[in-house]
Ligand binder design. Sequence first.
Ligand code: SF4
Length: 231
Amino acid sequence: MRIASIIDISLVDVPSIPVTVIFTGGCNFNCPYCQNASLIPLDSGSEREIAEVVRETRDYLSDGYCITGGEPTIHRALPELLKALRATGTSHINLNTQGSVPSVLETCIPFLDSVWFDMKAAPERYQEVTQSKSDPWPRVRKSFELLLDSEVKLWPRTTYVGNLITPSDIQRIFEFFSEVGFQGPYHIQNYIPSEGVRSEYASALTTADRSEVEAAIVNSPPGITVHLDWR
Ligand code: SF4
């Protein structure tokens, strides 16, 4: 499968667990604020054998793995990679996904411990915000429900982008959580301009005021613990 890069150890990608981070190449969304825009093209990264990736990473001094991208679930070989990583005896495998390929995600679930799930926007704004050719929301919703029905720790997370995401998006995400019965942590992080964002989009995006988001989370539903990861 296409691998863009590998970081031997990271202390910030999974709470309390040092992990090796594997970046896959290619994404089926085109979010204007993407911090890894160089990984969006489907031919980004290079084709690597799974056995070779496992060999390279197995001796790193981490306690687990985080698979991110790009969007890892666009790769049909992802379950095979996860299975091979699990066979190393690793204690934790985390996946970052936006959930648009439930058919692949479903086959990954037996090998996962936790998932950071990108909640992009209000359901009715998904196609606009992700600049997708068709509305991905029904597939995203299916993925969320698959994880909710599993033993995998589900950590939804939203990047709050000034001039793009609004308090009503957060409200609608809360309504979705209530509708499907999700309870647990929900992380909201602020967008920060970086070199990875394409210049044609960067000028229109801002870092939102923390106070705007604080006001938006006052009415979070019971059972949802909101974490403002303000950087
Ligand atoms: S889903 Fe993630 S990797 Fe894909 S374009 Fe959006 S921010 Fe970038």
